[in-house]
Write a protein of this length. Structure first.
Lengths: 276, 437
């Protein structure tokens, strides 16, 4: 039986939730506000919140100095490509682990996850040398492959968790009706796991979009995504916080908009199977 | 369209774009890795003029200083060939030049006038007498101070002050009620942040990182005097939380009128005297960094310079760019368009002989500061290394980062000066022994 929630209690929880939400969102809000200030206003003490002379000058300077669209396009290709490739590999992998597990499946899953525990810098030189040999430095192809490999354990884990919620009997029934393995995965399993796959795709797209170690270390001028765009406005010798904020706002805007429109699918997928 | 077709089409499109080669270009293109600071960004703005004159296209990779350092180090040590020109400093140049990782700049044209480079700069960017990087701009450190606050305190800044004077002046200028700190100095961990200041300061107190046999020297009285003086000075007259303040934090404080004095990079002079950003632009004076009467001042020497990695395929084009960017003509180009106060300073002797540049209020003190720094003989007692605020050996950056963390912990009151120095001694001794010194 559900517990009764009084209006006062509900209002209190709502206020607490809003307060926590605002605290979490505040750094982003502050970055956006700072992007409309002058450099002097950006560092003023006490800080100015809303009442300042709003200016678009920083955006104009950033636009003039950098080829934003090239960075943006690279981010879209790298994040999108690595996510798609990862899902294509992870769906059959997760299927086999969820529906035809072996005695070593749990070990393999743990081993895959353990690769995330190695600090990335520990393998920088080997990967850099491999990239030189293969001619992949400063190419989107190289980054698609690396980011796919980095995020693959998470994709497999997420899909495995979703697939485990799907009754195996349904797949058995499809097999009895004559479905091949390919048809079983493509036409029976995948449509049922769409919410889970959608949230996996979204989450990994965001992870790949924000990845700032490999994207900075394996690119130069041609394949650099938005993380390099932001890094070009950071400086330990000079106060360029307003311009840095403008660049950051431009870099996070696409992913914020994507997250806003897909929040329903994201929440649905992340809570998939949470209540039985 | 079915799900399968849609997925296949999307994947194919994405991967095809990802795998597609970039557009080919017939004109040579050079890729330059550089830092994000005012002078470098200004140079990027004039790139079209270079391309127009030479037919060489330029691609810029601008990164934050520490990211850039990691990025170009990875590339040059693996012969990755991603960059045709790298922006590097005085620390890297002699080490990389010695290792054969850089193209010697011995083919510069007569019109470039290599002898016009300030000897301190060309010396610090050479190895074994060969120039490996051309200075784009150079800097030392000096005192920037508020003339109005100094006057109110009833004191007068000497041209060549001592640390004792700085301590007294800082105490006199401090006004906690009005949020004015007598002095602002870097305390932030990092070999290029607080580590640079305390090393340069230690030189003036007679301290050194290593003796002539590469033994760590943090157990000496000179280092104890340095660190104790710094901490006492900052505790009495510095801003709250100074142990986390670096260049930018102090610049912000000074520009808002909250520092009586600031000892830092000479390049900051143009920021604090710029009325658009600084509230105290019209009341800033300059003086040489202080000494302790031992014959060495607490000023450092640094240059951001352009070098050609040995792995480049565009050596000739890169050389042409370096000749253009570090030439006298480039300085005149900037002066003509943006005024003499905005030209890249500290690289050429002729700049300081120019009557127009001599009118810039901080020009002479910048030159004097650069000239008093001697990277070959940085300390009172002899040392086996080159470099004023660093020792030009590959191990230094790692060791100094750790040591400066210990110092910052002492500034923050998390440990005593004695404990910090003892740890610094252990860290340095261990690292140097492991490196085979």
């Amino acid at each position: 039986m559900a517990r009764a929630v009084t209006p006062r209690r509900k209002a209190l929880f709502t206020m607490i939730a809003w307060a926590i939400g605002l605290v979490i969102f505040f750094p982003i809000l502050w970055t956006i506000l700072t992007s409309f200030k002058t450099e002097a206003q950006a560092i003023s003490d006490p800080p100015v919140f809303l009442f300042f002379d709003w200016t678009l000058e920083n955006y104009s300077v950033v636009q003039e100095r950098s080829n934003y669209m090239r960075f943006l396009w690279n981010s879209v290709i790298i994040a999108g490509g690595s996510t798609l490739l990862g899902v294509m590999i992870a769906v059959p992998a997760a299927w086999s682990m969820a529906f035809v597990p072996s005695t070593r499946t749990k070990d393999i899953l743990l081993w895959m996850l353990s690769t995330k525990m190695l600090p990335a810098v520990g393998v920088l030189y080997p990967i850099y040398l491999i990239f030189i040999e293969l001619g992949l430095l400063d190419t989107r192809t190289g980054l698609v492959i690396v980011l796919m490999l980095i995020n693959l354990p998470i994709i497999v884990w997420m899909l495995y968790t979703y697939f485990k919620e799907i009754p195996g009997e349904i797949l058995e029934a499809a097999r009895m009706d004559g479905a091949t393995l390919k048809e079983e995965i493509l036409y029976v399993l995948t449509p049922m796991a769409i919410p889970g796959i959608a949230s996996t795709v979204l989450l990994n797209f965001i992870l790949a979009w924000n990845e700032a170690f490999w994207t900075l270390n394996l690119t130069a001028a041609k394949a650099a995504p938005l993380t390099a765009f932001i890094a070009s406005y950071s400086s330990p010798e000079g106060l360029f916080y307003a311009k840095l904020s403008a660049a950051s706002t431009m870099a996070i805007a696409p992913i914020l908009i994507l997250g806003w429109f897909s929040q329903k699918q994201l929440v649905r997928g992340l809570t998939f199977g949470a209540v039985k | 369209m079915s799900f399968k077709s849609t997925a296949c089409a999307a994947t194919a499109l994405t991967l095809a774009t990802a795998f597609s080669a970039s557009a080919d270009s017939h004109s040579p293109t050079i890729t330059i890795a550089t830092v994000n600071n005012g002078d470098m960004i200004r140079m990027q703005g004039y790139t079209d003029e270079f391309t127009e004159a030479s037919g060489i296209a330029v691609e810029w990779v601008t990164l934050e200083e520490n990211v850039l350092r990691q990025r170009v180090t990875t590339d040059i040590t693996t012969n990755g060939g991603q960059f045709d020109i790298m922006t590097i400093g005085m620390y890297e140049t002699p080490i990389w030049g010695k290792n054969g990782w850089l193209v010697p700049l011995d083919g510069l044209s007569d019109s470039y006038d290599v002898d016009d480079l300030l000897p301190a700069m060309s010396g610090g960017l050479s190895f074994d007498g060969t120039l490996f990087a051309a200075p784009f701009y150079g800097e030392s450190s000096m005192i920037m101070y508020r003339t109005d606050l100094m006057e109110e305190a009833g004191m007068e800044m000497p041209d060549e002050p001592t640390w004792d004077f700085i301590r007294d002046a800082a105490a006199a200028m401090t006004d906690r009620d009005n949020d004015i700190n007598g002095i602002c100095l870097r305390g932030k961990a990092g070999w290029g942040e607080g580590g640079a200041l305390i090393t340069a300061m230690s030189n003036s107190f007679g301290a050194r990182w290593f003796d002539e046999d590469w033994n760590a020297q943090f157990d000496t009285e000179a280092w104890a005097n340095t660190l104790t003086f710094f901490k006492d000075l900052m505790d009495a007259s510095g801003p709250a939380g100074y142990s986390t303040n670096g260049f930018n934090e102090n610049l912000s404080l000074f520009q808002q009128g909250k520092c009586g004095m600031w000892i830092d990079a000479t390049v900051a002079a143009s920021f604090v005297t710029n009325p658009a950003d600084s509230t105290v632009a019209d009341s800033v004076g300059f003086a040489l960094a202080p000494d302790a009467g031992l014959g060495k001042r607490a000023n450092w020497l640094w240059a951001w310079a352009l070098a050609i990695p040995a792995g480049t395929q565009q050596k000739d084009a890169a050389m042409k760019f370096i000749e253009w960017a570090t030439s006298k003509d480039y300085i005149e180009l900037v002066a003509e368009n943006e005024g003499w106060a905005n030209v890249p300073p500290g690289a050429r002797t002729s700049l300081y002989e120019n009557p127009e540049y001599q009118k810039v209020p901080f020009a002479q003190k910048t030159l004097d500061s650069i000239l008093t720094a001697d990277p070959q003989n940085p300390t009172v007692d002899p040392v086996p290394y080159v470099g004023v605020q660093f020792a030009a050996i590959p191990e230094f950056a790692g060791i100094a980062s750790e040591v400066s963390q210990e110092f910052s912990a002492a500034y923050a009151g998390q440990q005593t000066v004695e404990e910090a120095l003892a740890k610094a001694q252990d860290i340095t001794t261990e690292a140097m022994e492991a490196a085979g010194y």
